[in-house]
Design a protein around this ligand. Sequence first.
Ligand SMILES: [Zn+2]
Length: 158
Amino acid sequence: MIRMTKESVRQIEQHGEHTYPEECCGILLGVNKDGVQKVETVIELDNNQDENRRRRFFVTPKQYLQAERMAVERGLELLGFYHSHPDHPAIPSAFDTEHALPCFIYVIVSVAEGKAKSMTAWLLSGTRERFDERSLSIEKSTANEVGEQGARVENSDK
Ligand SMILES: [Zn+2]
């Protein structure tokens, strides 16, 4: 299972809406524990695919190294990547399957007529033949968690 906060989901949706009708892409950093991948930070990347930005995304080796370094700096892991499908469903394309790396999460958001619609998460099979869909759990915002902590501090003072 993959867990993301509402803020992370909204950040990806807004990136996809902003770059529409071109694809957006970015990096997912987080923690991989007990079979659950929790996304902590979403980092936007420029789309480096020159010839057809509407249908393809490409993370350059330099961006990949930057992503690895940012993960280490934050004490997080590089969990995977996200990109948008302008006016296409949130299902991996043949191009995605050919260019993806096993063991990384691929989050896809479909953007129809400039508005983000559905979001899905995928993992490439070990044989690299197909993507398997993973459940995506969206959690309440970090702001709420801070609020709860604040309430607990208040109670302990009484
Ligand atoms: Zn794609």
